[in-house]
Design a protein around this ligand. Structure first.
Ligand SMILES: Cc1cc2nc3c(=O)[nH]c(=O)nc-3n(C[C@H](O)[C@H](O)[C@H](O)COP(=O)(O)O)c2cc1C
Length: 187
């Protein structure tokens, strides 16, 4: 089992990274291999909205500008059996870096041959100061999963005043998913 963590977090520590680390611990304890993809370490372009708005991405499942690290990231996602999308909440949305990436990924992978289709996917958002914007961020990730056919395993929201027990929940969720549990299983 290989778990791909697609992270929109620019920081190496802090609240968002603490929950990513808890997820890594849970997956590792279940015997899974973890691939943390830190999108902020890449230099990804925004979607260029090629041609008449559809471009070649929908037809060919690839992006015209894929050599900026996008293609490599796609391959790592393809090689993962289950996924985690994790981001701090910025302006009630995922970070701009993750947003840019999701825009392109959705265009390339929304069809029946999409590489996310049916993959168990944990979605994670961490609002900081006010705690506002958690639901809109999880909803944004939910919509992305529905467009691409990724199966939502669970939703995790973490903030300053619930991080102790949400970290425990995040680790347990990653352990369960990495052990092969699926959305719809009864426990
Ligand atoms: C540009 C920007 C926008 C932000 N917008 C929100 C927001 O809408 N709601 C919120 O609760 N926190 C917001 N925050 C705080 C982050 O969500 C916070 O940094 C995040 O929880 C992660 O904590 P960490 O930075 O320690 O990982 C924002 C931070 C930045 C840098």
């Amino acid at each position: 089992m290989r778990i791909g963590i697609i992270s929109g977090n620019p920081k190496q520590d802090g609240l968002c990274q603490s929950i990513i680390n808890a997820i890594k611990d849970g997956a590792t304890k279940a015997g899974a291999e973890v691939d943390e993809i830190r999108l902020c370490d890449l230099d990804l372009k925004a979607c260029q909205v090629c041609g008449d708005g559809w471009g070649m991405c929908a037809r060919e499942n690839r992006c015209s500008y894929g050599n900026d690290g996008f293609d490599d990231t796609l391959a790592r996602i393809d090689q993962s059996n289950a996924l985690v999308f994790a981001s701090p909440v910025y302006w009630g949305e995922v970070s701009e870096t993750l947003k840019i990436f999701l825009d392109r990924l959705r265009r390339c992978q929304y069809g029946p041959k999409g590489i996310l289709r049916g993959k168990q996917t944990l979605i994670v958002a961490s609002p900081g100061g006010s705690g506002n914007g958690l639901l809109s961020t999880l909803e944004q990730l939910d919509r992305f999963c529905r467009h691409t056919g990724a199966t939502i395993f669970d939703y995790i929201g973490i903030n300053r005043w619930n991080r102790d027990y949400k970290q425990v929940a995040a680790e347990a969720a990653a352990f369960a998913m990495a052990s092969g549990r699926k959305n719809g299983d009864t426990v």
